[in-house]
Ligand binder design. Structure first.
Ligand code: UD1
Length: 344
């Protein structure tokens, strides 16, 4: 029988791409999402790509009664991938209580109910933000974590610690923490992608919206960093590649490929690319110019960070495959699709 996976936040950017990869790999998926930062049409996109419409519950994971009902009505859930969380760094500084309440309550509810309903494996969306500004790059999983610069980042660190404590206490679950670097791009079919609310805060959605004329100009935040071209360096990871890492992580736990109860993996390409190089890659891949100007630094930005993904490559059996050009093209095709559909 197919294994059943609960994907919280499954209509969001990473959740929807992961649902596609799970279904392609033969898993049954149940999504719960409160649609606070996504919309129901995402299910159509998932169905178009995979031929399967995942089970969907509209609800809030901060409410434990909603979750109990979900587990009662969907017996036999084997694993959970937890994407349900607030994720805007700037907003988290303005609304810390909302961020701690949301991100931590969701986690606590799920960890609490897993043993009750016999759920064995938990994949947590963590972030390279837990490392802060690295002392050296590429960064490995054993590098020290540093004090978070935002409540959003703090919730990621706290969540990692909470999961570790729960496992230490003897909870009969396994967990894998995936520390994502910078997820970008869209599904190559352009049926699903990233749909930020309002003015995008992240680089690639701002870039594609500028390229299509929604925004006048992309601001490059700083060209005086200690990097070859002066702009910040990130490890941009293709969203479909990232989604596939979740399937590997679940397999590892549910098929008992490891005795470890808690593991952590960096999910990145291993290559650092600067903001200016990324703009260049977009222009090369699409032939579309992106009007941009250099402005001052953005507060709280890390200068340079990229992953050492060796553990994920060798232990998890996962490796990033897509080229940056194909990834930028996928982001562009998605932006054009949104225009065709009259959404943006
Ligand atoms: C941030 C978070 C990360 C989170 C990710 C996705 C931190 C330190 N980082 O990553 O945890 O997973 O968002 O939500 O908390 N840039 C511009 N112009 C723009 C937008 C961005 O130049 O209009 C630059 C930024 O200065 C940065 C790079 O592009 O150097 C990437 O920025 P962004 O996409 O916002 O991601 P991060 O800040 O790296």
């Amino acid at each position: 029988m197919a294994k059943k996976i609960l994907v919280t936040g499954g209509t969001g950017f990473i959740g929807s791409h992961t649902t596609v990869e799970l279904q392609n790999a033969g898993y049954d998926v149940v999504i719960i999402d409160n649609l606070s930062n996504s919309n129901i049409e995402v299910l159509d996109g998932i169905e178009k790509i995979t031929g399967i419409r995942p089970a969907f519950v509209q609800g809030d994971c901060t409410d434990i009664a909603t979750l109990r009902k979900l587990f009662d009505e969907n017996p036999g859930i084997d694993g959970i991938i937890n994407f349900a969380a607030s994720k805007a760094v700037g907003e988290s500084v303005e609304k810390p209580i909302m961020y701690y309440r949301n991100n931590l309550n969701i986690l606590l509810n799920l960890l609490d109910l897993m043993p009750v309903y016999g759920v064995k494996g938990f994949v947590f969306s963590s972030s390279c933000t837990v490392y802060g500004e690295p002392d050296e790059n590429p960064i490995t999983e054993s590098a020290p974590t540093k004090k978070a610069t935002s409540p959003y980042g703090a919730t990621k660190q706290m969540s990692e610690d909470i999961i570790a404590d729960v496992i230490k206490s003897g909870s009969p679950i396994k967990a894998i923490l995936l520390r994502y670097f910078n997820p970008i791009g869209a599904h190559p079919t352009a049926e699903i992608g990233e749909l930020p609310n309002g003015v995008p805060q992240n680089l690639v959605p701002y870039l594609t919206q500028t390229a299509i004329g929604i925004r006048k100009e992309l601001s490059v935040f700083g060209n005086d960093y200690d990097t070859p071209d002066g702009s910040c360096i990130r490890d941009f990871i293709n969203i479909v590649d990232l989604a596939k890492a979740h399937v590997k992580a679940l397999e590892r736990m549910l098929e008992n490929k490891s005795e470890e109860k808690l593991e952590v993996f960096n999910i990145g390409t291993g290559e650092g690319l600067s903001v200016l190089q990324l703009i260049d890659a977009f222009q090369r891949a699409t032939g579309v110019e992106v009007p941009h100007k250099i402005v001052g630094r953005r507060a709280g930005d890390i200068e340079k960070i990229w992953a050492d993904p060796k553990r994920a490559n060798e232990v998890l059996g996962w490796k990033a495959q897509e080229t940056i050009e194909d990834t930028m093209l996928s982001a562009w095709n998605w932006q054009k699709k949104l225009r065709e559909r009259g959404i943006m």
